[in-house]
Design a protein around this ligand. Structure first.
Ligand SMILES: Nc1ncnc2c1ncn2[C@@H]1O[C@H](COP(=O)(O)OP(=O)(O)O)[C@@H](O)[C@H]1O
Ligand SMILES: [Mg+2]
Length: 260
């Protein structure tokens, strides 16, 4: 098993108003190439901080992170990163938005146009290239962000609560789309969510973080097949087993956070 992302002994603290906040401590985790891993944990446990460090936007304070065998040192251009606030620009058309990362990667206009068409088809938005984001529904805008994320075909996708703002049904549609894309392309996926059902529905492994300082509390392998029916998987016994075990690990952390 080749590690795509290797996180070892990572620690990160922030200084805020003269006070040090230890956000993450002693985090060790290997994520295999092509693996789909979900991160869950109470709000403020450092999930976004860890994603930012894998993306190279933040540096580690102690420990190290390697991606595809190389230490992450500065912006990591070999990952696609979808943050909590999607980066769709309202004054650009859908096609221009999807093409943006390709321009940064220096791809020529003809190749860009072909790739944009392909990516819009992959997310079910064929024919919407000339629309502006404001003309689309919330779910369609998420698809634009997804197409943008996939456009330069990163082998690793970092997704931080990407579907958090969507209603429950639309979320399922997006989950199904994402799993179909993952099965076809086999990227390594790190997916942060506060929705435990979403984590179990999508991931092969779910990592539970404890409340501040964030540490890995539990890792659960989900015994569901890769070929999953997102709309019905919750009724399978394997789902229930994983969900229950994870909830037992997660619930005290949420309660502790609420009391603090
Ligand atoms: N730029 C920052 N300055 C100071 N504190 C921060 C900063 N970013 C995050 N934190 C703190 O670090 C902790 C972890 O934050 P974050 O990684 O956003 O958690 P999560 O994504 O799990 O909700 C929180 O307590 C948060 O307040
Ligand atoms: Mg966050």
């Amino acid at each position: 098993m080749t590690a795509s992302i290797a996180i070892s002994a990572v620690r990160k603290s922030y200084v805020s108003r003269g006070r040090e906040i230890l956000a993450l401590d002693r985090v060790d985790l290997d994520i295999a190439e092509g693996e789909f891993v979900a991160f869950v944990g109470p709000s403020g446990c450092g999930k976004s901080t860890l994603m930012n460090m894998i993306a190279g936007i933040l540096s580690t304070e102690e420990g190290r992170i390697t991606h595809e065998g190389k230490p992450v040192n500065g912006i990591n251009r070999n990952v696609g990163y979808m943050t909590q606030q999607d980066a769709v620009l309202p004054w650009r058309t859908v096609a221009e938005n999807v093409a943006l990362p390709l321009r940064f990667h220096g791809m020529g206009a003809a190749a860009r146009a072909a790739r944009v068409t392909e990516m819009l088809a992959a997310v079910g938005l064929e024919g919407f290239g000339r629309s502006f984001p404001a003309e689309l529904s919330g779910g369609m805008r998420k698809r634009v962000a997804l197409a943008q994320l996939l456009a330069y075909e990163p082998r690793t996708l970092l997704m931080d609560e990407p579907f958090g703002a969507l209603d429950a049904q639309l979320k399922l549609v997006m989950q199904e789309q994402l799993l179909a894309i993952w099965r076809a392309r086999r990227q390594t996926v790190v997916f942060v969510t506060h929705d435990l059902a979403e984590a179990v529905t999508l991931a092969q492994r779910v990592v539970v973080f404890s409340g501040r300082p964030g540490r890995i509390k539990q890792i659960e392998t989900v015994a569901l097949p890769e070929e999953r029916d997102v709309f019905r998987v919750r009724f399978l016994p394997e789902f229930e087993v994983a969900y229950t075990r994870l909830w037992e690990a997660l619930a005290p952390e949420i309660q502790r956070g609420a009391a603090a």
